[in-house]
Design a protein around this ligand. Structure first.
Ligand SMILES: NC(=O)C1=CN([C@@H]2O[C@H](COP(=O)(O)OP(=O)(O)OC[C@H]3O[C@@H](n4cnc5c(N)ncnc54)[C@H](O)[C@@H]3O)[C@@H](O)[C@H]2O)C=CC1
Ligand SMILES: CCCCCC(=O)CC\C=C/C=C/C=C/[C@@H](O)[C@@H](O)CCCC(=O)O
Length: 253
């Protein structure tokens, strides 16, 4: 997919990997809508959230409504949505339910919301969804079990959506990037966010030292590959500090 004139939605675009993804997509010609945050970033949004939630008495519905409205505005403004990067995520074993809500439920929720804008069966143009999973979604991650579970969930969801899209003829490709340790705020704050596994902080530190770290721009280049290579669907790009490789999953049938 050539990016000129294409419309991209990036979640978690303000910092780290999401910021790098946004920068490389814009550099390659895409229009990027990035202020998609479940956190209200302006007083007006906060007021709207309070107003709607006082009517709806349901904050989660408010956030979805806000996001849904923002997606609709984007689709109306740019004539559709071509690329979605589900990148927003946190790591906090002390608040593991919030981690599950954002990292896994958030990816599923956004995917299902954008599906109606992108899928060819409902008038969309098709396109590509790239989810930010993790190396911790491909194997055990003893210092962060709940976080690892969310990323395993993102991997399973991505692979399943890729197949569902083929069979349903949505015209949408679903891929994921699986980085190791990336030089962002999330990584540097890990020792403070291990919750009941804080006694394992030294092990996590040793893993970082052994595996090395990756600059966010390297991850963004991998996302660009997954966005632009139309042969990729259901593909997972593992990004280590010294190499990148496509994951081969065991055949289960
Ligand atoms: N840093 C690392 O070592 C690795 C990070 N990842 C994943 O990469 C993604 C981005 O993480 P980083 O850039 O490292 O972290 P970061 O903390 O630098 O940036 C995360 C971004 O997501 C946003 N965000 C968090 N919760 C949100 C919500 N509920 N709604 C909207 N936006 C939200 C934050 O505001 C921030 O802009 C995450 O999904 C993370 O799990 C994957 C592998 C390695
Ligand atoms: C707690 C740190 C989380 C920061 C954000 C991340 O997602 C970083 C993930 C970094 C490392 C994860 C390592 C996992 C290692 C094992 O699961 C190993 O089995 C993975 C095998 C991957 C492969 O080589 O195929």
């Amino acid at each position: 997919m050539a990016l000129n004139g294409k419309t991209a939605v990036v979640t978690g675009a303000a910092l780290g990997i999401g910021r790098a993804i946004t920068e490389i997509l814009v550099k390659n010609g895409a229009k990027v809508k990035r202020k998609f945050s479940n956190f209200k970033t302006t007083e007006e949004e906060r007021e709207m959230e309070v107003r709607v939630s006082s009517e709806m008495k349901n904050k989660k519905l408010t956030v979805i409504l806000y996001f849904q409205a923002a997606l609709q505005t984007t689709a109306d403004t740019f004539g559709g949505i071509d690329i979605v990067c589900n990148n927003a995520g946190i790591l906090n074993e002390g608040e593991w339910e919030k981690t599950v809500s954002i990292n896994l439920l958030g990816v599923i929720r956004v995917t299902y919301l954008v599906l109606k804008h992108m899928n060819k069966l409902s008038g969309g143009r098709g396109g590509v969804v790239v989810n930010t999973a993790s190396m911790a979604g491909l194997g055990p991650f003893l210092t962060c079990p709940a976080y690892s579970a969310t990323k395993h969930g993102v991997v399973g969801f991505t692979r399943s959506m890729a197949l569902a899209s083929i069979v349903s003829d949505y015209g949408i490709h679903f891929n994921a990037v699986c980085p190791g340790f990336v030089q962002t705020d999330l990584m540097y704050n890990i020792p403070n966010n291990l919750g009941q596994f804080s006694h394992l902080a030294d092990i996590e530190k040793e893993m970082v030292e052994k595996m090395g770290t990756i600059h966010p721009s390297v991850v963004a280049e991998c996302v660009l590959e997954l966005v632009t290579d139309e042969r990729k669907n259901g593909d997972h790009l593992l990004v280590k500090s010294n190499q990148k490789s496509y994951v081969t999953f065991p055949e289960v049938l």
